[in-house]
Design a protein around this ligand. Sequence first.
Ligand SMILES: C[S@@+](CC[C@H](N)C(=O)[O-])C[C@H]1O[C@@H](n2cnc3c(N)ncnc32)[C@H](O)[C@@H]1O
Ligand code: SF4
Length: 295
Amino acid sequence: MKVCHMEVTRRCNLRCLHCINGDTALYEMDTSRAMQAIDRLGDLGFGLLCLTGGEPLVREDLPLLINKASERGILVALITNGTLFDDNFIRNAGASLSGVTISIDGPRSAHDFIRGSGCFDRATNAIALANRYGLNVSASITVTALSIDTITETIRWLDDHGVSDVHMNDLNMTGNALANRELLEVEWDEAKRHSLHLTMQLVSGDIKPTSADTCLANPETICMSRDGDIYLCSELMTNRVASSGSIFDDDVEFRIRSQCEKIGPCRCKYTDFSSGSISVTLHNGLPCPHIGVDV
Ligand SMILES: C[S@@+](CC[C@H](N)C(=O)[O-])C[C@H]1O[C@@H](n2cnc3c(N)ncnc32)[C@H](O)[C@@H]1O
Ligand code: SF4
């Protein structure tokens, strides 16, 4: 299935210490332009739209965009900090949502230290609400020095709270993360990465990883920035490197394929660990080789 991660805004109600989006650029497509972009995705045969930001829920028209995608036969997933996820939103958009990913950065103390006081409880409420409405609930953990020692505890907590998938992000040293590097950076070495793998196996009840996939930069999985530009992965989008043009370009499909060939195979690998109730996805931690290179 063709997947598009769409950055619907860079605005946010929080200022997380680790946020990749350090810039305050506020431009985003207005409702009608964003609807046209979703239409284009439908025309190009995209089957899954993952809405991200910034915080997608600061857009008052988010239910309209979600319902539009659903009308076009596109499944919609949402990644959110959970603080604005409420009954009203679900009433307006829940029927068109196939899943929601809520970010959890560790136990309450770490999460609130990174995101602000009260955010953990609000994210917890969002998880409960999404479960109550029967949505598929995932979580996203960004591994920082503040969370690495509590990963097992956090994943067990998520499992207990009805979360079925956990995606682990390595900290990308951009934006606010760069400004807070001393607090957040993990000094990775082979032993530490191996130990995290063992932890994943232990916590997911799995003896071996279920799969190891390569980089997501392929023509079937793209990212669309808040102005409609297309990138092959979120790393390239964040750094605004190697755009494949705009979703509105007539030849965007050709440009995506050409960009893939130009960039070639990547070093990113994602390993999945999965038991009956919870699956965990882990990145291999290698930095994107394309950032800072002319592609
Ligand atoms: C940019 S946020 C947008 C969605 C929403 N505002 C949220 O926090 O979930 C998407 C995911 O990226 C993660 N993230 C933010 N900054 C990051 C960084 N510097 N490196 C890696 N992941 C990061 C967030 O924790 C979140 O899980
Ligand atoms: S990580 Fe998400 S919630 Fe936190 S500041 Fe960034 S966009 Fe906002």
